[in-house]
Write a protein that binds this ligand. Structure first.
Ligand SMILES: Nc1ncnc2c1ncn2[C@@H]1O[C@H](COP(=O)(O)OP(=O)(O)OP(=O)(O)O)[C@@H](O)[C@H]1O
Length: 529
């Protein structure tokens, strides 16, 4: 039994060091070592092969001095075993296997250990838990006297970056906030979600995609209310309020627009793609209401990571929301949450549901969307929207801010999960020379022969677009061709780079239709290189 769960990690360390370790602590750590031995050995060999040489530095002086105490390797193994007991709840994997542990330095003679935990998002909702547990687990090792953990975040690389306009290339996750009708509170949700994520430590931008009635200029009050153009690069510099980058047609100094649909799509795309967003963890897109051409075009211009749907409780709203969910589903953008706005209000000690109940939960059930959030009708929410200070900022301890924090945590976790799934959905297994495809939302996976994948390319280089005639011949592709690189492309396809320099775009739907490998030949280690 560990005798410490104080809130401050430093405090917990002091307590441990002040005591001689009781036998049961030693017993527990020995037991844990035994249980985790197998897994950590595998992780260690993986780590050694991958990134230990660059990110784990040993203390050379103490390696000599500490020979009599314990070897550096044993100490490293001990520390990594201890840390491997901390499981990332989103990935279901321990933090060592996730690759979070960096710059491990050990002085075995002095019993000093320092390392960095590098998370994929600064808004990680469990970062404090990681820091505290990492301190505790390492401090519980019998030979450790001092632990120093530093936290950092290295945002995940954007999926599909190479194909994007430069201004969008350094955004890790793009989240659409959408509703099928106007006036349901979509902008309120988008803006408060953005400021909540910023409050959690993320770098955030908001793109207000409504050309006809932009809400952003009313909901936030940046000092500089006009977007600037960089004359050299002809790119747009977002304005900023409380550290969140903002782009809206309402900051373009043109008043409200009177335009036809196709023109609107062009203007929105231009505004979004010529903005210099810089490095962002989350870009929140406040979508124009509806599911027409404007929305579709916008969804195709940028690779959305996820969508949040905003609705109101009326029965009729369900039909509209269903349309929205279907639109995102066609574009392979997962809807991660439904916000049911203006659900209820409290008066005279009673709760009233003026618009009825249940359309949000019906959406969640029918479409399998994992999370539902209720927002009450609150005069303060409306007032803060009009005053230019979002409620999540104006009253960070209030009930509304609490709901937005839950929504923020959900968005962070779901985006991390989606990115993880996407980046491991299609991989090349060198040991069996097969392309491994994981079927989304299931445990099923199948194998494809690389040559089959290359021969099934449907691009204009392989198939005549007009006649449908096959230009690429079977024999053009060597039987033993191997992909050089496989990279996810949005949520729906991968780009495969082949040795001849050809970049094949392979949508998951297409991969699912290809002839699968049934018998996988065991290769000798020499062949498998
Ligand atoms: N839960 C709420 N309680 C009180 N007022 C709210 C609530 N949600 C939104 N409002 C108010 O309702 C109005 C419409 O909200 P908002 O602009 O966010 O809707 P919208 O769906 O983005 O509309 P549009 O599509 O027309 O831009 C705003 O004045 C906003 O302050």
């Amino acid at each position: 039994m560990l005798l410490h769960t104080p809130s401050s990690p430093c405090l917990s360390l002091n307590i441990i060091k002040a005591q001689s370790k009781p036998d049961n602590v030693l017993l527990l750590s020995a037991f844990k070592s035994l249980v985790y031995n197998q897994r950590i050995d595998r992780s260690l060999s993986l780590l050694r092969g991958n990134f230990i040489p660059s990110s784990f530095t040993r203390n050379a002086a103490s390696t000599e001095a500490g020979a009599s105490v314990m070897s550096t390797e044993t100490a490293e193994t001990d520390v990594l075993k201890a840390l491997s007991q901390i499981i990332d709840p989103d990935f279901g994997t321990d933090i060592v296997s996730c690759g979070f542990v960096k710059d491990l330095q050990i002085d075995e003679a002095l019993g000093e250990v320092s390392f960095r935990l590098e998370l994929t998002t600064p808004a990680c909702p469990v970062k404090d838990m990681f820091e505290q547990r990492a301190n505790e687990e390492v401090a519980a090792l019998p030979w450790v006297k001092n632990v120093k953990v530093t936290m950092s975040a290295q945002p995940a690389k954007p999926i599909y970056a190479g194909e994007l306009p430069p201004g969008l290339q350094r955004i890790s996750s793009i989240v659409a906030v959408s509703s099928c009708k106007g006036g349901v509170g979509k902008s309120t949700v988008a803006v408060n979600l953005a400021y909540t994520l910023a409050g959690m430590g993320a770098r955030v931008g908001i793109f207000d995609a409504d050309v006809y009635g932009p809400s952003l200029p009313t909901m936030v009050s940046p000092e500089n209310r006009l977007l600037e153009m960089n004359p050299e690069t002809r790119t747009i510099l977002p304005t900023e309020y409380l550290g969140v980058k903002l782009v809206s047609f309402g900051f373009a100094g043109q008043g409200r627009a009177i335009m036809r649909g196709p023109m609107v799509s062009g203007v929105i795309s231009q505004l979004l793609t010529t903005a210099e967003w810089g490095e962002l963890d989350y870009l929140i897109i406040d979508m124009p209401p509806g599911t027409g051409d404007i929305q579709l075009t916008l969804c195709q211009v940028v690779p959305l990571t996820a969508a949040v749907i905003v609705t109101t409780p009326q029965k009729l709203a369900f039909i509209d929301v269903a349309k929205g969910v279907r639109m995102f589903s066609k574009l392979k953008v997962p809807c991660v949450a439904v916000v049911e706005n203006m659900c209820h209000f409290d008066a005279d000690g009673k709760r009233y549901y003026p618009f009825g109940r249940g359309s949000g939960s019906q959406v969640v059930q029918q479409f399998g969307i994992p999370h539902l959030f209720d927002l009450p009708i609150r005069p303060t929410l409306s007032a803060s929207g009009d005053s230019g200070i979002p409620e999540a900022v104006a009253d960070p301890q209030g009930e509304v801010a609490k709901t937005f924090q839950d929504l923020g945590v959900c968005v962070v976790q779901q985006c991390a999960k989606i990115r993880q799934q996407v980046s491991t959905a299609v991989t090349y297994d060198r040991t069996i020379r097969a392309i491994r495809v994981k079927v989304p939302d299931s445990d099923e996976e199948f194998l494809l022969h690389p040559a089959t994948v290359r021969r099934n390319d449907r691009s204009a280089q392989s198939v005549d677009e007009w006649t449908g005639e096959q230009k690429l011949q079977y024999a053009d592709i060597p039987e033993d061709i191997q992909p050089e690189e496989i990279k996810p492309m949005g949520n729906y396809a991968v780009t495969i780079t082949w040795p001849d320099g050809f970049n094949q775009i392979a949508p998951y739907d297409q991969l699912q239709m290809m002839e699968r490998l049934v018998d996988v030949p065991e290769l000798s280690p020499a062949q498998a290189v």
